[in-house]
Write a protein that binds this ligand. Structure first.
Ligand code: YSA
Length: 325
């Protein structure tokens, strides 16, 4: 092969190259110690003086030219790869992160499902309530000391409007519009003007239950609540009623549960038979109808279920926390 042909061959090879690794091996092939151009220059010693002069000059020129071409190509390849930084289309795609439901929503959904399976209807009510529905119609008149049980956020500039302190006002709203028999639950957000600690937030979630009919008793409640906790924790849970006081129930109880393997009893909801004054306030005849009502804390159940020791974590907005559920 003469020098001209060699030059054409190298030019062609350079044109086809896109990877700097191959560029280097090509350089070695032609310009390396045993490369083709180097061989030609070495072989000159065996040639005549006239030939040596002629071919030697041309071969040295070619060597310089090729060096230049290789350097130029290397620059081009570098520039092309810089432009592509971060755009390697052969990489597998980055996984798209999708969110999931907040643990409190998950627990609330589970509560809804269990009660629906027990033939309860699920309803929601407004977070801004009248003091009538939140207190008066629930047998808690304005001067009644029991109002202290619910520290209240009142709405500025609106007489008698407040952020509901419990889901119980939905008992009043529902009973005013519907006739027994029925059974409902009302999950929802409630607000209290309280100091926060590991088990108290200023806003949290409750679920209210109400079942009214001709002869609904605490025995019915005992069955429903037992079924609920068994299904919620997926195991047999011990339940105990402790005498208590709520203005809107008579008798009133606190419901405590004991989870298998745990020693402590935990208070999880308030309940009782609907007070005759509440039935009267919504236009029912207490001699014809009776029922039970209860109110539980969604947050507290979620804490028990997942072993969380501070209710404030639910509202911290810390994704490291919520991602665990
Ligand atoms: C009682 C009788 C009925 O016939 C119907 C409902 C009730 C419950 C009543 N309305 C009530 O609000 N009772 S309560 O003040 O004791 O709250 C009920 C549940 O809400 C508690 O058992 C607890 O689980 C939760 N809770 C109360 N204050 C809380 C809280 N959870 C988080 N933070 C707070 N600050």
């Amino acid at each position: 092969m003469n020098l001209k042909e060699l030059k054409e061959e190298v030019k062609q090879a350079l044109e086809d190259i896109s990877d700097p690794k191959y560029l280097e091996s090509l350089r070695i092939k032609y310009l390396g110690r045993k490369g083709e151009v180097t061989q030609i220059l070495r072989s000159l010693s065996k040639k005549s003086l006239a030939e040596r002069k002629k071919v030697g000059k041309e071969a040295n020129q070619l060597k310089q030219e090729l060096n230049h071409l290789f350097n130029k190509k290397l620059e081009e390849l570098k520039m092309a790869s810089d432009q592509q930084v971060g755009l390697d289309i052969t990489q597998p795609g980055a996984r798209v992160k999708i969110g999931h439901l907040h643990p409190l929503t998950q627990v609330e959904n589970q509560i809804r499902k269990i009660f629906q399976d027990l033939n309860f209807s699920v309803l929601e009510g407004p977070e801004v309530e009248s003091s009538h529905n939140n207190f008066d119609a629930l047998n808690i008149p304005a001067d009644h000391p029991a109002r202290d049980m619910w520290d209240t956020f009142w709405l500025k500039d609106f007489d008698n409007l407040l952020l509901r302190t419990h889901t119980s006002p939905m008992q009043v709203r529902y009973m005013r519009e519907n006739k027994p028999p029925f059974q409902i639950i009302v999950p929802g957000r409630v607000f209290r003007y309280e100091a926060t600690d590991a088990s108290h937030e200023i806003n949290f979630y409750q679920f209210e239950g109400l079942m009214v009919g001709d002869d609904v008793s605490l025995a019915n409640f005992k069955y429903i609540v037992g079924e609920f906790f068994k299904r919620f924790f997926n195991k047999e849970v011990k339940i105990r009623f402790r005498p208590s006081y709520f203005p809107f129930t008579e008798p009133s109880v606190e419901v405590d549960i004991q989870i298998p393997g745990k020693k402590d009893w935990l208070e999880v909801m308030g309940a009782g038979l609907v007070h005759p004054n509440v039935l009267k306030a919504v236009g029912y005849n207490p001699k014809h109808y009776q029922g039970f009502a209860f109110g539980g804390g969604v947050d507290r159940l979620a804490m028990l279920k997942y072993g969380i020791d501070d209710v404030r974590l639910f509202y911290s907005g810390d994704v490291r926390f919520v991602q665990q559920f």
